[in-house]
Design a protein around this ligand. Structure first.
Ligand SMILES: Nc1ncnc2c1ncn2[C@@H]1O[C@H](COP(=O)(O)OP(=O)(O)OP(=O)(O)O)[C@@H](O)[C@H]1O
Ligand SMILES: O=P(O)(O)O[C@@H]1[C@H](O)[C@H](O)[C@@H](OP(=O)(O)O)[C@H](OP(=O)(O)O)[C@H]1O
Length: 440
């Protein structure tokens, strides 16, 4: 079995520290409907053949999971699979599989209050399943797909803990783990093995692989989190940060109190829907109307934070009047007159050749560009509206953090706090709290 490799072809560098890796073209076009509506989706014969070959390796009714940020894949680059809102994680090492399934089973049966609380922080567990992939029959852990409702999933895998090897690790394993992500683990108590982000600036899906993660130090890891949040060079979306913090505070509170488990090499998966973020930015709501009321310092636990979720102004205006015609949905009057699109061509004021050429220049460059942009925006609006109409219910929560990967969970030998895990969580919380202050 090999490890998950994202092709490392730098395509552009928005800043010197970050290596941008293009997503497979098909996935960009497929998942990015805005781009899709403007560019033709070209599937070459070779692509088609690859698809057929791949399908032959994966049982019918299942698909390769393309949103796997880290973790194990086989020699043919097949790792996790997906099926109807679920992901299937292959068990490649027996002991790891037993520990992880044991962990999830324990959650379903436990009467212990602290352990039971964990159910709120992890994906739903649906048991195990045997499948034959690539001619090999394997057992899979079946879990809820955390991004199943997202149109443009942004995902960051953050492995928690300075120490990422468990008590059964061989000397060789300890050495190999200690060599990886050194700076980040030492200074932050976590590392970032992979993430992907739909950039709002250019509508492009960009993936960052584990080699990128290994190159990070404290400062660059913090920059990477900003990149993930689409917060480079722009104001940050406060409600995005608050939603993450809400989840992280709860996990922090749990980790501060639990004394039964040791979580080695376990991850926090941060996920959000860039589509919803784009809507927020587009409708002029860079800052959220979530009200964060706290008594005292920012470093107090979750219980002191009150999120004003019912606030009227946090609703995203869709512009949809509620009426549908054969031509499509009827929109309400333009959001703001200054933003309304004038589809008429400008009239040429004079007959003079010089002013004619200026006009035509304006038309081809400035006007035409603006015109194209306006049409693009309209198309994007319609795509959103249609998506909304197709979705039964728009979930309020479009960003959250969950705990994943319990292949190295052990019982605590002494009834002590899991400092290794807690330190990582506290640093992560601190970074998000600082971002919250910055976003003020
Ligand atoms: N429930 C889930 N929903 C959506 N994506 C998931 C889920 N569980 C895992 N993933 C994706 O799969 C990746 C790998 O998951 P996980 O860490 O559990 O695998 P692993 O093989 O044990 O990894 P590692 O080698 O880092 O120990 C994650 O980074 C994440 O992108
Ligand atoms: O980030 P990288 O470089 O991919 O490092 C891997 C990562 O630490 C995995 O968590 C680990 O799997 P386990 O959790 O199963 O130990 C794997 O060990 P492995 O090579 O022994 O599979 C490492 O190679």
């Amino acid at each position: 079995m090999g490890k998950s490799e994202v092709q490392s072809i730098p395509i552009h560098r928005p800043e010197p520290n970050l290596i941008c890796v293009p997503a497979p073209c098909k996935s960009v076009l497929h998942t990015n409907q805005f781009a899709n509506s403007l560019e033709k989706l070209e599937i070459t014969e070779e692509d088609g053949r690859e698809e057929i070959e791949e399908a032959a390796k994966i049982p019918e009714g299942y698909e390769k999971y393309n949103n796997q940020m880290a973790g194990h894949v086989n020699d043919n680059n097949i790792g996790m699979l997906k099926q109807e809102g679920m992901v299937l994680k292959p068990i490649l090492k027996r002991e790891c599989g037993e520990r992880e399934t044991g962990f999830y089973k324990n959650l379903s049966f436990t009467l212990d209050k602290t352990i039971s609380e964990l159910k709120n922080f992890v994906p739903k567990y649906f048991g195990t399943k045997q499948l034959t992939v690539d001619g090999k029959t394997r057992e899979f852990i079946v879990l809820e797909d955390l991004i199943k409702d997202f149109k443009e999933p942004c995902i960051m895998d953050i492995k928690i803990g300075k120490r990422t090897w468990d008590p059964n690790a061989t000397l060789e394993k300890i050495r190999s783990e200690e060599r990886k992500y050194q700076d980040c683990k030492r200074d932050l108590g976590f590392c970032i093995p992979g993430f992907q982000v739909y950039k709002l600036s250019n509508n492009q899906l960009v993936k960052y692989d584990k080699e990128f993660g290994k190159s990070l130090n404290k400062e660059r890891a913090e920059d990477a989190i900003k990149t993930f949040l689409n917060a480079e060079g722009t104001r940050m979306c406060r409600s995005l940060i608050v939603q993450f913090l809400a989840a992280l505070w709860q996990i922090q509170y749990w980790a501060r109190n639990q004394r039964q488990l040791r979580l080695y090499s376990s991850s926090i998966l941060l996920v959000y829907d860039a589509r919803r973020l784009r809507e927020k930015m587009k409708f002029g709501k860079l800052t959220s109307c979530f009200k964060l009321t706290r008594k005292g310092s920012l470093y107090r636990p979750m219980s002191l934070a009150v999120l004003n979720k019912n606030n009227e102004c946090d609703r995203i205006p869709t512009g949809f009047s509620g009426q549908l015609t054969k031509e499509g949905p009827i929109l309400k009057s333009p959001r703001s007159p200054s933003k309304s699109v004038n589809l008429e061509m400008p009239t040429i004021a004079s007959n003079n050749t010089w002013s004619k050429s200026i006009s035509s220049l304006k038309r081809t460059h400035s006007f035409q560009n603006n015109y194209d942009k306006d049409v693009q925006c309209r198309k994007q609006d319609y795509t959103y509206l249609l998506d909304e109409l197709n979705t039964e219910q728009k979930t309020e929560c479009w960003a959250f953090a969950k705990m994943i990967d319990f292949a190295h969970v052990f019982p605590a030998e002494n009834c002590d706090i899991d400092r290794n895990y807690l330190d990582g969580i506290e640093n992560l919380v601190r970074i998000f709290e600082e971002l919250l202050i910055e976003s003020d």
